[in-house]
Design a protein around this ligand. Sequence first.
Ligand code: ADP
Length: 260
Amino acid sequence: AFSGHNGSSKGLQIDGIRDIIAVASGKGGVGKSTTAVNLAVALANKCQLRVGLLDADVYGPSVPTLMNLHGKPEVSRDMKMIPVENYGVKCMSMGFLVEKEAALVWRGPMVMSALEKMTRGVEWGDLDVLVVDMPPGTGDAQISISQRLQLSGALIVTTPQDVALMDARRGVVMFSKVKVPILGVLENMSCFKCPHCGEPSYIFGCGGAQKIADEMGLDFLGEIPLEVAVRSSSDEGHPIVVSAPDSAVSKAYCCVAQKI
Ligand code: ADP
């Protein structure tokens, strides 16, 4: 669905990149980065697209860990950074460039100039889609990123908890203000299935994301269950879409990748 949003009306924003889509959340800790990574890998491997992943979560970059990428990007002859690649996805993250704590004290303008370098200062090559792991929240930084990158669309990740849903609504409003189309709402940590008896537990509530999608006239993209394997494979740097491609969770991610 995101295909073509960028092309004619807004022009190509970064040379060679057809569409830029944001994975966003109203608050931290809901699984935005996990979603961005698994979707990027699914778009590359299941949908056979040329995919890049930009970790714009400068205050808490997690792409290096989640994609098992360490070290610094090389610089090309025309002084552009060459993205680091794994699982068929070209990645760029502040985590490659500065020590862990360094960016934490940065102010807005420094963050924006770093992001500028991580987008236009990178030799992405031709990409069908650049997935952007946004910083959590709906403040100035998110608005500037949305405008500067001229996003083709944004996907909102939320858990079914009331507080998360409230913040997700705020995210939807923010993107509409800057005229970025919402690709849909994805519910993460939806349900926990007991590994012993199979009984589902709705730890963070049930059906909340579907409800806000309906209320706001948005597509509901699906549910990703709360599962130990999602967390453990992320921690090891092997997104579940590659470590357990036949699992129900991986199929759910691939289904979302196909929908957007
Ligand atoms: P955010 O980017 O929103 O801050 P993360 O993607 O970093 O969130 O996820 C927060 C934590 O929750 C991580 O430890 C991650 O592995 C874990 N997590 C995310 N989604 C799931 C899930 N569906 N099941 C289990 N753990 C998850």
